[in-house]
Design a protein around this ligand. Structure first.
Ligand code: SAM
Length: 178
């Protein structure tokens, strides 16, 4: 399943760190890229650095019209999930979410009300307010688990300079000779 994130409402001063975390989480858990509704180039740069070090082909693309990106996605046959605490609870939504290409929309500040009508599913990760990073991580995990894939087993060796060898204690990072 192709998964792309759409990040809305990013405020350059306030949201830099959390938007970077949204992208890093998406990258680490198997999404192919993130569309960012902002002209902030800092996020793109951070993710390029992560890609150089750790590999993979995750991209950040700055966009100017979130609505036309959703329209393009849907016209090409993709489906859209909007993560919102007001939506149908994730465990109840999972059985009806089937798609080869999925766009997952997360907000920062209040999202435009129109989005609720454009999304195929408005999904709550529980129905309490928390964080877009937590909501995205749990969604990516549950969605992929439903199709037999473990989101935490994503490997980014292709093109990376470094690889972590997991240990019960201590740190080991090896350099990849290209
Ligand atoms: N105050 C904003 C509002 O009224 O829409 C929400 C801010 S919240 C920190 C930012 C984003 O986190 C939301 O747009 C949503 O994508 C995500 N989020 C927060 N809690 C969530 C939940 N329980 N389920 C799904 N997404 C959630």
């Amino acid at each position: 399943m192709r998964i792309v994130i759409l990040r809305l409402g990013h405020r350059i001063q306030r949201d830099q760190r959390i938007t970077t975390h949204v992208a890093l989480t998406a990258r680490a858990m198997g999404a192919e890229g993130m569309l960012l509704d902002s002209d902030d180039s800092g996020i793109e740069k951070s993710l390029q650095e992560a890609g150089t070090s750790w590999g993979g082909s995750f991209y950040v693309k700055r966009i100017t019209s979130w609505k036309s990106e959703i329209k393009k996605w849907k016209d090409a046959g993709g489906k859209v999930i909007h993560l919102t605490m007001y939506g149908i609870n994730l465990p109840d939504a999972i059985p009806e979410i089937t798609a080869d290409a999925l766009m997952i929309v997360v907000g920062a500040e209040k999202v435009p009300p129109e989005l609720y009508g454009l999304a195929d599913w408005n999904v709550g990760v529980g129905n309490q307010p928390h964080s877009e990073v937590a909501a995205l991580a749990i969604t990516l995990d549950r969605l992929q688990a439903a199709s037999g894939k473990d989101a935490l087993k994503t490997q980014f060796l292709p093109g990376g300079e470094r690889k972590i060898i997991p240990h019960r204690a201590g740190k080991e990072v090896i350099s990849i000779i290209k």
